[in-house]
Design a protein around this ligand. Structure first.
Ligand code: PMP
Length: 393
């Protein structure tokens, strides 16, 4: 029996660009001492106070079907958080709770794209983006944000692809680059969305991880609240990756459609998880700061390790939990550099090419191991790159 075209083509065929990640995992399984700087997963676990809230909710009986768009308390907590952070009036009617940001990305594209519609997204991109778009039957169209523009998408490049497109997906603070989109970038993008009647899907799952500059939610820009769906998540802000809880924030009529979609797909998010998320959001910023602190420290360690040499250059690490390193001075692709680094040093980093063509000649370092091990790894990466650059000459 044959699977549907839609599901059998989600990955788009060919390599998924994660070969190195799987090879590193095999080496770990074989007992080799590999330092894994590959995926965006904290090296701390969910805070005990959040787990206590989860336990109390479950023991207290919140284990039956929960309200499909989310509990009122959590939708209120998310709405309050967004209103406070962005200044845009937001109520529970603007919020639907989803099983993580990934489900929110899928639901958002489902809500705005019809079969065969063109859905724009920025390259470099978080690995699931093209597959998410294909998964709803739309056609993914990458728009390069190149290193010579500091990985900031250019409005003219978006406009050049916008005719007949339905949506544009952006992500700031950005995975994989660690770049935060500037006001100018977002103003330009918003203008293209208004002119070309595009939905903007704004992935802001790293909005609490800002190390330099300011995160601006484009929903707050003039006339954008009615055409923007913001994707949020507890995964990164509260080290709750495994709890699978996130949200879409958008106009109430879209939230009603998304609720219908959830009724026919996920049937909501477990109540005790939602109660834990409500507790975590109401605990305030101190908890978010605690979760983000290791990445702020390691960003500093990265910049220090890169001083005084030019075999490796850092793309400004303004936000999120990644350092994007420009290794073009070694003369290698991100892929060949990462493969050779894994063989020579037992250090696994992601080739830039895994995140699209625009990140070629770069590698992404997830700042997700303890400070000492991280410092040692980043110093060895720099030494290795210096070696490779010297051999090239
Ligand atoms: N968007 C981006 C940019 C991400 O990096 C991730 C996870 N790595 C997600 C969305 C999805 O996160 P989750 O489903 O855990 O909320």
């Amino acid at each position: 029996m044959k699977a549907s075209h839609r599901i059998s083509h989600i990955t788009g065929g060919g390599s998924d660009g994660w070969g190195l990640f799987y090879r590193a995992r095999q080496m770990v399984a074989a007992g080799l001492p590999v330092t894994e700087l590959t995926i965006g997963e904290h090296d701390i676990r969910t805070h005990p106070s959040i787990l206590d809230a989860m336990d109390q909710a479950a023991q207290g009986g919140h284990t039956g079907y929960a309200s499909v768009p989310g509990t009122h308390a959590l939708r209120q907590a998310v709405a309050d958080r967004i209103a406070k952070r962005t200044g845009v009036a937001t109520t529970p009617d603007n919020i639907m709770i989803t099983p993580g940001g990934q489900a929110a990305l899928f639901a958002s594209h489902h809500a705005v794209c019809d079969e065969g519609d063109r859905a724009l997204f920025i390259d470099p991109y978080y690995a699931t983006y093209p597959g998410t778009i294909r998964g709803v039957g739309a056609v993914p169209v990458p728009i390069a944000a190149t290193p010579d523009h500091g990985f900031q998408p250019q409005a003219a490049d978006v406009a050049a692809q916008a005719d007949g497109a339905k949506s544009l997906l952006i992500n700031t603070p950005n995975n994989p680059t660690g770049v935060i989109y500037t006001c100018d970038t977002l103003d330009g993008i918003a203008e293209v969305c208004r002119t070309h009647d595009l939905w903007l899907i704004s992935d802001e799952v790293y909005d609490t991880q800002v190390w330099s500059g300011t995160h601006l939610s484009p929903r707050a820009l003039p006339d954008m609240a009615d055409r923007t769906l913001v994707v949020g998540s507890m995964s990164k802000s509260h080290a709750m990756t495994g709890s699978r809880v996130g949200w879409v924030c958008g106009p109430p009529d879209m939230i009603a459609h998304l609720t219908n979609l959830a009724t026919h797909t996920t049937y909501g998010v477990p109540g005790f998880i939602q109660d834990a998320a409500t507790f975590a959001l109401n605990a305030g910023q101190a908890l978010e700061d605690e979760v983000g602190a290791p990445f702020a420290r390691r960003r500093h360690l990265t910049l220090k390790a890169l001083e005084g040499q030019n075999a490796v250059l850092a793309v400004p690490v303004d936000g999120a939990m990644y350092a994007m390193l420009d290794i073009r001075a070694t003369g290698q692709s991100g892929e060949s550099f990462a493969e050779a680094l894994l063989d020579a040093e037992n250090i696994a980093v992601m080739p830039g090419e895994s995140f699209g063509k625009a990140a070629a000649g770069h590698v992404r370092v997830a700042m997700t191991v303890a400070d000492d091990a991280y410092t040692a790894a980043i110093q060895r990466i720099v030494a290795f790159a210096q070696d490779q650059a010297a051999k090239k000459q």
